[in-house]
Design a protein around this ligand. Sequence first.
Ligand SMILES: [Zn+2]
Ligand SMILES: [Zn+2]
Length: 323
Amino acid sequence: MDSTPTPKVDPDLILNSQVAQGMAVIGDRWAFMIIRDVYLGVRQFEGFRRRNNIARGTLASRLKSLVDNEILYKHPYQETPTRYEYRLTERGLDMYPILLMSWAWETKWGKGRFLPPQLTHDVCGKSMHPRLRCGQCHLDITPREVRFKAGKYGHSAKRVGPRHQRRSKSKEEFVTGSGEKAFTMLDIIGDRWTSLVIAAAFFGLQRYDDIAASIGIATNILADRLKLLVKIGVLNRVAYKERPQRFEYHLSEMGRDLYSYTVTIHEWADRWLIPDGRSPLVLRHIPCDAPLLSEVVCSECEQSLVPSEVSFDMETRHRAAIQ
Ligand SMILES: [Zn+2]
Ligand SMILES: [Zn+2]
């Protein structure tokens, strides 16, 4: 049993962090599904609707917010009547590492059936896994080898916690046709509270009260999300005290594997949402003692991955044709 003392984390640090700010823009189950679908080649309203069985109103509002947040833009593809398709902006295209890391996690641990089962790197011609490594020393990035500290503005930025508290029924929405529970990446990241609980775990917080205090979450919602994360297998519930019995929540291997994904969100938010020099949280890679700057490379040839050079099979083989 691990009984390391809980690290001190400033109450606002997690809520101000780049991950929290990134999640405020993309951290919605439907929004993330849409972004993912655009990367898979879906462009049109009906296409999104059919693939995800999403209500029209919900789809329209998520597309609007993705356009407002400059992740997608509308491109007319037909006149009289004018019809639009949705394409990725530069900011949206820069989310590719996030998509690759979510694919990697999902194909290893998830049970979703809506992603291509394999990716081929056209440069080396091999089936590959995207790997997140340090751009400086080229070692894989692991949570133990990254140090964080609050930036100069870490405590003064506005809090960006979830705007409203959703009903806690996310678990029941993802039962597949056969009645089998299908946990996917979206169960974890499609809900900002869940993401914040995972972020707190990466900050080393393991106890209920510490997590609650660090992200300002209502206790019933926290209890619900912890239960969900234990059920999925992202967290392990470990007793650290008897009479009265008390538990800590430790990241499992599955949970620690979410770190790469978390780092890509952090870096994306740093590039697009945070004014220069105002990073709430600064990360350093311990092995090379440099500011963390990651890159996603092919597991086979170690070249950087770009969307136009990665192809995949869905129903038919096609390239992630961007633009
Ligand atoms: Zn390094
Ligand atoms: Zn390759």
